[in-house]
Design a protein around this ligand. Structure first.
Ligand code: FAD
Length: 469
């Protein structure tokens, strides 16, 4: 009797606890990917990228003689059918922590167990699972630094080796993942965004290796520079589980032991990801509502069609650093971390627009979209979250640009209107945008920002003063 390994966001053979457990049972293993309603609900870029990740994982499994069975439907219905078809006696998966997945997984587990199937979930997505970190009084952390202090010295188990998979005698039928059209809403995917992606386990390991070998030393300073490729780029792979956070942690620890300067900063960033999951686990409303209830009274603009919001989304605010970042995201599927903070500040403070509009746009455009980090990042920037930057601390986009893009390289890389001979990256934007946006590289750049730095700051602070809470 075979066992089923249900893969969701863990597209790797190495350090994969659910897969190892399935293999250790000694039974043939049937890996399955289920296209259920949680996937229907994804934004365009995340759905497209998830499809490519699943396809690559199928190819990776084929390299070791296995397969990935693709099925579409409600998770419980699909798994139940597979159990019936194959006579499988157990199902394994690695845990996810967002409220929707949790609810689904609990229901699937309860139902299958009641039908006599062994169901085991495993810890594979984070360095530390959300509930394993507690304050001295048994509560959860709302502030990052004490969370970091609580985990930095902890022993983290060594990564697991690639297991040996036993094959079933007969493979259950599989649908064709390519025919599902997971990239249907992502017209710009193949031509524009794809070259910026690194897909699959080998690519993810290559990224980590290159980062540790060449960039981690300068990471402490370089990570803030918009015009320098100073970070690991691993978020895209971590969100799809093409590499485990634990493998990244150990690589960072070894680099630190070797005295590489930026190593501790890298470890801290990895733990920001765990912290985001910690918050989402304990306060799941972080993904949907102001984390601080009193912010519900703030006079956010909630109209996504407002011309200022549309200018923000389209990279036409006239604030060059903001526009460059928004276009970077549209063209590459990613955005530099500092740029994320800047555009989030500009939207929520200068444009006084609800962070949820920004969060949703990111969730439509990012190939590294992550439910916990995105929600935490937006609420942090807006001032409505735990451990947030205070609302009155308004980033000045112009001084930020001078500091982190001193020569204007980043701005010119993505905003074609700023130079006589724009680079490919800037021109690609016009290839990528829908025709209805009516944008072309020859059009003049806005003479003034929709809301300028000083005026926006004043308006935001006045609203904050009068907020009535
Ligand atoms: P590196 O600098 O190389 O860092 C290594 C890893 O640490 C990253 O891959 C990531 O997993 C983790 N990490 C780094 N910074 C953060 C952070 N601030 N919060 C949580 N984890 C972090 N990250 C996502 O993965 N998905 C998102 O949807 C997302 N949305 C964001 C939205 C906003 C408004 C903000 C301010 C930040 C958001 N981030 C998000 C966090 C951060 O910007 C990205 O993780 C980072 O830019 C990824 O680049 P990198 O892999 O080169 O990071």
């Amino acid at each position: 009797e075979p066992v089923i390994y249900w893969t969701r966001r863990d597209f790797r053979l190495s350090d994969n606890p659910a897969l190892v457990a399935a293999c250790e049972s000694g039974a043939p293993v049937i890996p399955v990917f289920v296209h259920d309603e949680t996937i229907d609900a994804l934004g365009a870029a995340p759905k497209w990228r998830l499809g490519l990740g699943a396809e690559a994982f199928g190819a990776r499994l084929a390299e070791v003689g296995s397969r990935l069975v693709f099925r579409r439907g409600e998770a419980l219905v699909v798994l139940r059918a597979l159990v019936a078809e194959t006579g499988a006696r157990a199902v394994h998966w690695n845990r996810l922590y967002d409220p929707v997945s949790r609810k689904r997984d609990e229901a699937v587990k309860a139902a299958l167990k009641a039908e006599g199937v062994t169901v085991v979930s495993h810890a594979g997505h984070l360095v530390h699972e959300p509930w394993t970190v507690e304050t001295g009084t048994g509560g959860f952390y709302k502030v990052y630094t004490p969370f970091w202090k609580a985990v930095r010295g902890r022993e983290v188990a060594e990564p697991l080796a690639v297991p040996k998979l036993q094959m079933p005698e007969v493979w259950p039928a599989s649908e064709d993942v390519a025919a599902w059209g997971m990239g249907r809403a992502m017209d710009r995917g193949a031509a524009v965004v794809r070259p910026h992606c690194v897909i699959g386990e080998a690519g993810a390991q290559g990224r980590l290796g290159a980062f540790i070998a060449h960039r981690i030393g300068d990471y402490g300073e370089a990570r803030d520079r918009l015009d320098v490729d100073g970070t690991s780029g691993l978020s895209e792979n971590l969100t799809h589980g093409e590499i485990s956070a634990r493998v990244c942690w150990h690589a960072g620890m070894r680099a630190m032991a070797e005295g590489k300067a930026g190593a501790e900063t890298f470890l801290k960033e990895l733990i920001w990801r765990d912290f985001a999951y910690h918050l989402m686990h304990h306060t799941p409303h972080i993904v949907a509502r102001n984390w601080r209830e009193d912010w519900e009274a703030f006079p956010w603009n909630t109209d996504a069609d407002h011309p200022h919001v549309q200018a923000w989304m389209r990279g036409r605010t006239g604030m060059a650093i903001v526009d460059a970042a928004m276009r970077e995201m549209y063209v590459t599927g990613r955005m530099h971390n500092r740029a994320r903070m800047l555009v989030a500040s500009y939207l929520t403070k200068h444009l006084m627009t609800h962070w949820k509009i920004g969060m949703d746009w990111f969730a439509d455009c990012l190939v590294d979209w992550d439910p916990a980090s995105n929600a935490m990042g937006w609420q942090w920037s807006a001032g409505s979250g735990p451990d947030a930057t205070p609302y009155f601390r308004v980033f000045n986009p112009e001084t930020q640009a001078e500091k982190f893009d001193p020569l204007g390289r980043y701005r010119r890389a993505y905003v074609a209107e700023l130079s006589g001979r724009p680079p490919e990256t800037a021109l690609a934007y016009f290839e990528a945008v829908p025709r209805s946006w009516e944008m072309h590289p020859g059009q003049p750049y806005p003479a003034r920002p929709v809301v300028d730095a000083a005026e926006g700051r004043k308006r935001a602070l006045a609203a904050y003063e009068n907020r009535g809470f």
